[in-house]
Design a protein around this ligand. Structure first.
Ligand code: NAD
Length: 552
């Protein structure tokens, strides 16, 4: 490789990933040699490539001549020695350490340096693979995402023995393949598989706690969080078994870190063969006559007429609390023609008090003030405490209902409504009515600290801050990887700053206190950032890059 391009690409393993990576090579104009153990497997890979190219010709995305040229660039072989002239070889055989080590020993013998030998492994140690070769300095991880032709991200993973010059060349090679490289230390799950864990695991836990049904959790994550797919839709697409294997491997690799503990529900579903789309049933049912299929915007419930009428009848509310969320609610209420008091006035009548305080002591003071203001609805932000706990602090617990959302208010079409154990049905209706008047779609979820979206979001941010604090990757690499590798609407560190680190910490501390589990402990770096009173990304550039310090 002359430092800027890949002249010949080698790929070992013609399965899902290997065939995809070879497709990337030939489409980028790079002669590519694809190697597998049997000719029929290679024929299948070639057929799939041809079909993909034909589709592009039909859709006018590619000329017939370009498609044919791309196909001509692919050479298939069952003989590893045919990779000898490649300057980059990517291994994509099954995830088995012994198999991969044996393959690296053979590759090392047939592909001379300075060619780079890369592994597409998702979970095995790059250093352990490099140790099977005589030139471990030219071995590193290049972790592509599925489907490789579509996903823009490649995690570039140096092992302990990888030469920095090889890392630099590999980054250029990734760019030559039209992908975005992000560098990450050789640690369990790298960036994406690690930081994405709460998206799935926390959702399954919320389901197990009966916080909300599958379709409601998915809708909340799409409509409140802006995620392209809900966690259960994504689990069904990935396959519950594949996803469980990743979670389990992280859990084992970290000596049972509770943040990565798989949930028994998922294991039971895997045992029952409910693997998702590929078996016709997972969290949803697929195929003809299916009662559910996940996705889509169907299922947004219309509000009952009585609630609509109540929304129209509201006149005057009070908003208690400071900060961006309180300001935005005041603006929304005024925009909706309501008369808005800041703080709880002594004079009635009031339809509702919206309590946007977070700390329990401040919230208790709002409850006491609301008790003196007649009989308004008390709509209380349940981010660091449950609605039930706040209702217990009110003289009219049946009038207390929780809500959960995160700033910025304007960016979130959906707000969660959390009835307290004590809430009267009429109060829940009033809460739905008020939020409708404020222009929000609502989803009812069972009471608990932080509902669905704020809880999952806080856990995603927390994992990103653990990873950043451990020097797994730079802040920029983490956010880029999560956007490109997971299609997240924003990186988790940018999310932390848009929500505000103190609020994220309050949610985590509230979850930790309420659920009593170690998995909810806040990342030390989050506490430092909050103590320093600044944003996560502010000053992130001043943190030493992961490769500037000692390798863990
Ligand atoms: P796969 O089972 O679809 O394909 C593996 C291929 O390797 C098969 O065609 C098999 O015949 C071939 N093979 C086995 N032994 C071989 C040998 N000695 N020499 C040559 N070929 C051999 O697997 P996959 O899903 O493509 O995964 C491959 C690698 O990529 C794994 O390390 C996996 O962890 C990683 N990965 C997978 C995904 C994914 O979503 N599937 C995503 C990222 C990374």
């Amino acid at each position: 490789m002359d430092g800027t391009v890949v002249r010949r690409l080698g790929v070992v393993g013609a399965g899902t990933m290997g065939a995809g990576i070879a497709e990337v090579g030939v489409r980028r104009g790079i002669p590519t040699v694809l190697c597998d153990v049997a000719a029929p497997i290679l024929q299948r890979a070639r057929d799939r490539l041809q079909a993909a190219l034909d589709r592009d010709v039909e859709r006018g995305r590619l000329t017939r001549a370009d498609a044919e040229a791309a196909l001509q660039r692919l050479t298939v072989t069952v003989d590893l020695a045919d990779l000898a002239a490649c300057d980059l070889v990517v291994e994509a055989v099954p995830e088995d350490l012994a198999l991969k080590r044996e393959l690296f020993t053979r590759l090392d013998a047939v592909v001379p340096p300075p060619a780079i030998l890369a592994s597409n492994t998702s979970s095995l140690s790059i250093t352990a693979l490099a140790g099977a070769t005589t030139h471990p300095q030219r071995v590193l991880g290049l972790h592509f995402f599925n489907p490789a032709p579509v996903m823009a991200l490649v995690e570039v993973v140096p092992g302990r023995t990888t030469d920095p010059a090889v890392v630099a060349r590999a980054r250029q090679a990734v760019a030559a393949l039209g992908k975005t490289p992000v560098e990450v230390q050789d640690t369990p799950g790298f960036i994406v598989n690690r930081i994405a864990r709460p998206f799935y695991v926390e959702a399954v836990r919320l389901l197990a706690e009966q916080t909300a049904p599958v379709a409601v959790i998915d809708r909340i994550m799409r409509r409140a969080g802006g995620f392209r797919m809900g966690p259960f839709e994504l689990l069904d697409l990935i396959g519950l078994d594949v996803n469980l294997a990743v979670t389990r491997s992280l859990y084992e690799a970290t000596f049972h870190e509770p943040r990565f503990r798989p949930h028994p529900i998922q294991q039971r579903m895997v045992d029952a063969g409910l693997l998702g789309r590929k078996t016709g049933r997972g969290f949803y049912t697929y195929g003809e006559g299916a009662e559910s299929g996940g996705g889509g915007e169907a299922g947004v419930p219309a509000l009952p007429a009585a609630v609509e009428r109540q929304a129209a009848a509201m006149r005057r509310i009070a908003v208690a609390g400071e900060g961006a969320l309180a300001e935005a609610i005041v603006r929304a209420a005024e925009g909706a023609g309501l008369v808005v008091a800041r703080g709880v006035p002594a004079e009635g009548p009031l339809d509702a008090v919206v309590d946007v305080e977070v700390a329990p002591a401040a919230k208790a003071a709002v409850m006491a003030a609301a008790d003196r203001a007649g009989d308004p609805l008390r709509l209380t932000l349940a981010l660091a405490t449950s609605a039930t706990a706040m209702a217990a602090r009110s003289a009219a617990p049946h009038r207390v209902v929780g809500f959960a959302t995160l700033p910025p208010w304007e960016a979130r079409p959906l707000v969660e409504v959390l009835p307290a154990l004590q809430s009267a049905p009429a109060a829940v209706e009033a809460a739905l009515a008020l939020l409708a008047r404020l222009g929000k779609e609502t989803a009812l979820v069972r009471d608990g600290v932080a509902g669905v979206f704020p809880r999952i979001a806080a856990m995603l941010v927390n994992e990103a801050l653990f990873a950043l604090g451990e020097g797994v990757a730079t802040a920029e690499a983490i956010d880029t990887a999560m956007r490109l590798g997971m299609n997240f609407p924003a990186g988790p560190l940018a999310l932390a700053d848009s929500v505000g680190p103190p609020l994220v910490l309050a949610v985590l501390d509230g979850l930790h206190a309420d659920l009593g589990e170690d998995r909810y402990r806040a990342a030390p770096l989050l506490r430092r950032v909050v103590a320093a009173g600044r944003g996560v990304l502010e000053g992130a550039g001043r943190r030493p890059a992961p490769d500037a310090g000692p390798r863990l």
